[in-house]
Design a protein around this ligand. Sequence first.
Ligand SMILES: *[C@@H]1O[C@H](CO)[C@@H](O)[C@H](O)[C@H]1NC(C)=O
Ligand SMILES: *[C@@H]1O[C@H](CO)[C@@H](O)[C@H](O)[C@H]1NC(C)=O
Ligand SMILES: *[C@@H]1O[C@H](CO)[C@@H](O)[C@H](O)[C@H]1NC(C)=O
Ligand SMILES: *[C@@H]1O[C@H](CO)[C@@H](O)[C@H](O)[C@H]1NC(C)=O
Ligand SMILES: *[C@@H]1O[C@H](CO)[C@@H](O)[C@H](O)[C@H]1NC(C)=O
Ligand SMILES: *[C@@H]1O[C@H](CO)[C@@H](O)[C@H](O)[C@H]1NC(C)=O
Ligand SMILES: *[C@@H]1O[C@H](CO)[C@@H](O)[C@H](O)[C@H]1NC(C)=O
Ligand SMILES: *[C@@H]1O[C@H](CO)[C@@H](O)[C@H](O)[C@H]1NC(C)=O
Length: 571
Amino acid sequence: MVCARGLLVLSCVVVLCKGGPIMATVLNEFEEYVESVMGCRQVPGLTITMVKDNSVIYSKGFGYAQVEDKVPVTNDTKFCIGSLTKAFTSTVLAKMLTTHSRFTWDTPIQKILGNGFRLINKLRSENVNLRDLLAHKVGVPGFFNALLVGFPENVTRGEFISYLEYLPAFLPFRTRFVYSNFMYTLAGHVSEKLGGRTWEDLVRDNLFQPLGMDTSGFVTEVSDFDKSFALSYASRNRKPVRLNEKLLHCVDPLGPAGSIYSTANDMGKWMLFHLTAFRNTSLTPLDIDHDILAETYASQMATPFQEKNLFRPKYPIDDVSLAYTLGWVTSVYRGYKRVWHSGGIVGFSSLMWLFPHQNIGIFASLTGSRDNDNQLPIRVIMSRAADMLLGETPWLDSSSACSFPAPWSDVSPSVPVTGMSQFRTFWNSSQPMEFYIGSYGHPAFGNISVTIENQTQLMLYYGRFGRMVLTPVTDLAFKGHYIGPLWFATQADGQVRPVNVNFSFPVSGGIASNLSYPVDNAFAITFQRDFRKHENNGLQGSLQLTCTTSGNTRIQSTLLTFCVVIIMVMS
Ligand SMILES: *[C@@H]1O[C@H](CO)[C@@H](O)[C@H](O)[C@H]1NC(C)=O
Ligand SMILES: *[C@@H]1O[C@H](CO)[C@@H](O)[C@H](O)[C@H]1NC(C)=O
Ligand SMILES: *[C@@H]1O[C@H](CO)[C@@H](O)[C@H](O)[C@H]1NC(C)=O
Ligand SMILES: *[C@@H]1O[C@H](CO)[C@@H](O)[C@H](O)[C@H]1NC(C)=O
Ligand SMILES: *[C@@H]1O[C@H](CO)[C@@H](O)[C@H](O)[C@H]1NC(C)=O
Ligand SMILES: *[C@@H]1O[C@H](CO)[C@@H](O)[C@H](O)[C@H]1NC(C)=O
Ligand SMILES: *[C@@H]1O[C@H](CO)[C@@H](O)[C@H](O)[C@H]1NC(C)=O
Ligand SMILES: *[C@@H]1O[C@H](CO)[C@@H](O)[C@H](O)[C@H]1NC(C)=O
């Protein structure tokens, strides 16, 4: 049921009449709140949908999908949902396991993919199963920076799977939660093997089509971002700056981890499906065995999301995450059980919260977010929507929503990005510039190319979008500044920061032999000059994983926060 603005239901004395519309005055306040958050946090476009008691009760767009042309956001505007894709991957796998009943969440995937399938070591290759992949139990990290620059164009998912053997692990198998888009892609590949079609076709035929999600699809298949799409924006000097939408293709071939776009209307259907499936154990929704699907909602691995958790007495409410399921996070919000996930991809930020016991669901997605605080605007909007639907007194108002996490936490406000990264170009290394140029490769992370441009500037090229100028700090250590489409890639505090790129030389002198590059903010990987895969046996022994920080290693995603913004991993 839809609530029209201005409709006053006099018999409603509570915030929400069970099964009925939200009171118009409450809704007006909510919409004013949303608009003020969008203003103070520089959000160009937002879409939101709410479901309760088996129907969509609210679905609306705010602001502009395309700022330049003043195209308004509607409840049919397409937004990239990033890691909300992960639940589509686990749900489609639940369908595959229903059909192929000789396999379970615990079947080693080598039994499905064949003996040729390999991860970094024998233990993982022989034992890893879908539960491990989908609950982030493999111990292989996210490599956000490698994802950000994008795999070379036309690398197939099959080729990508063959690189996984060379991916270094960060923690032992099945010991701790280590978020990995790479492992979700592998899970998607398992669905392809079971279903005999691409993961995209399986999602389309088994989920989008039967649920009537007619305006959803895969951003990797979009070349023309017409007026039905919200575009990517970053904020510069507090103004939205359009990003190159081709950057969204950086998710290729990792679609199963984050390539879906959808609309408020379609996500309403997706939430109704899950709320029904959660609640009714006698159903086989979409012919998916209920017990198999129920595993996707069950806690599997404790998550170390300390920084995201809010507790009394510091905060006025509790908002605490507990565990990762298979594509979701279990949590408690103000005493209510909540299942949620977040998604972030190139300027888009999304959240979906389900309260199964109250039969309530909320989805929102917005653009223009700065990566370091991209979950803040959407989180304060979701909190207010949840309070409204749960009938709780809101704990945020338009003033605290703009200052959050202040006044409760003294987290310093993020520094606005003012422009392209500031750098001076100079050459004061004692080595000739020519000694650094060349191609440096890694079996999982591909090739980095170092060149001289305009006779004076050392440049680094990596992936489809990584283009940076290199300036010496010492003969071995350089600062790399992104130029081109990734100019806005920032670090945890919102500053556009240089990347540390180091070279190593043979003792005998001459040209550089290796280059180290931080494929993840917490890790640098060694790339070898003129690396060719077939010439190298014993590759696994040559992998150098350097932890650049000690103690509590913060794996901070940059702009591709496919999951929550900050994942703490204790080392
Ligand atoms: C979606 O937006 C249209 C246009 O504003 C509106 O008529 C419709 O009721 C909305 N849908 C829902 C479910 O709110
Ligand atoms: C990738 O494939 C497309 C379509 O086949 C082709 O047009 C394009 O040139 C290819 N790109 C590269 C770098 O090979
Ligand atoms: C579950 O679904 C069945 C079949 O549609 C229906 O008969 C039953 O009432 C539902 N149970 C609940 C608790 O909604
Ligand atoms: C090289 O020179 C061209 C032409 O002046 C300029 O457009 C380009 O930005 C320069 N490249 C670098 C890395 O400075
Ligand atoms: C080069 O100059 C920069 C900036 O002045 C300085 O920080 C760095 O130490 C110098 N490097 C060398 C190798 O002298
Ligand atoms: C790169 O060099 C800098 C300066 O020498 C050093 O502090 C840093 O640890 C090095 N990083 C790696 C990954 O080797
Ligand atoms: C380059 O890397 C390889 C493999 O990691 C290593 O064996 C070699 O010692 C490195 N060379 C230098 C000069 O650091
Ligand atoms: C990397 O470069 C080497 C040559 O240095 C080449 O053989 C290999 O195909 C390249 N790999 C990729 C993924 O482009």
